[in-house]
Design a protein around this ligand. Structure first.
Ligand SMILES: C[S@@+](CC[C@H](N)C(=O)[O-])C[C@H]1O[C@@H](n2cnc3c(N)ncnc32)[C@H](O)[C@@H]1O
Length: 233
């Protein structure tokens, strides 16, 4: 089976910002090739095979931005193998700096569009997925670029294990309604919130991101959504 990207439409923002500093460029040349991996041309990728010892689970962060959440999670949970995906070069550079500074051995990086990765990961291979503050694409004509949408949810339902958790965050009220509408409409996912505090407050084991800090400073209230992948019959 081919792992080709389903559509050629670009649904992420910019790939590059300001030029990388010398240290960042060095890490991009020497560290990124060590942490990144190629997708097989055919067949599926078992993400556990990317790590030396078998990790107790594999967690995936899509669009990790500057990587502060990913690095903190990886430091707290050395038993877990973390796969981070990000198209923005300067964000990847920040994560590499954190990986080096903290000596993290349990992080792998896919520095490209997540769609081919989602198409290639083996079924039932991922125990937790984070999509934190994805680009809201507020204009109606851009809604089809939203990452949290039926094609992504279809792929996540396939690659996530039974009982795996999907964590989403947003500070955009329209994207919040959209997320709730689309994820709860998908038969594989159930929203686990019981009371408002469950989605208004970030849990202890959910480190903050740069984007969340920006949102709070601007007076926007973030929402933190947790869904469970239902058990297959
Ligand atoms: C608004 S930022 C949030 C970054 C980070 N999660 C945070 O909370 O600070 C959204 C990120 O998703 C990344 N992104 C968007 N579409 C993507 C895609 N198709 N594949 C990989 N990364 C993507 C963007 O490059 C950007 O860094």
């Amino acid at each position: 089976m081919s792992n080709a990207t389903p559509s050629r439409e670009q649904f992420y923002g910019r790939r590059r910002g300001r030029p990388l500093r010398v240290g960042q460029r060095e890490r991009q040349v020497h560290l990124l090739p060590v942490l990144s991996f190629a997708l097989p041309g055919t067949g599926k990728l078992n993400p556990a095979s990317l790590f030396p010892g078998p990790p107790s689970d594999i967690w995936l962060e899509i669009g990790f931005g500057g990587g502060e959440h990913l690095a903190e999670q990886a430091a707290r949970r050395p038993d877990i193998g973390f796969v981070g995906c990000e198209v923005f070069e300067n964000g990847v550079a920040k994560l590499l700096g954190e990986v080096e500074r903290r000596g993290l051995g349990n992080v792998r990086v896919y520095a490209d569009d997540v769609r081919p990765l989602l198409a290639t990961l083996a079924p039932r291979s991922i125990g937790r997925v984070f999509i934190l503050f994805p680009d809201p694409w507020p204009k109606t004509r851009h809604h089809r670029r939203r990452l949290v949408a039926p094609p992504t949810l279809e792929r996540l339902a396939e690659i996530m294990k039974d009982g795996a958790e999907l964590r989403l965050a947003t500070d955009d009220p329209s994207y919040l309604s959209w997320m709730l509408e689309h994820v709860t409409a998908h038969p594989a996912f159930v929203w686990t919130a019981r009371r408002p505090a469950d989605w208004r407050d970030r849990a202890e084991d959910w480190p903050a991101t740069r984007y969340e800090e920006k949102a709070r400073k601007a007076g926007r209230m973030p929402a933190f959504l947790r869904f469970q992948r239902r058990a297959r019959n």
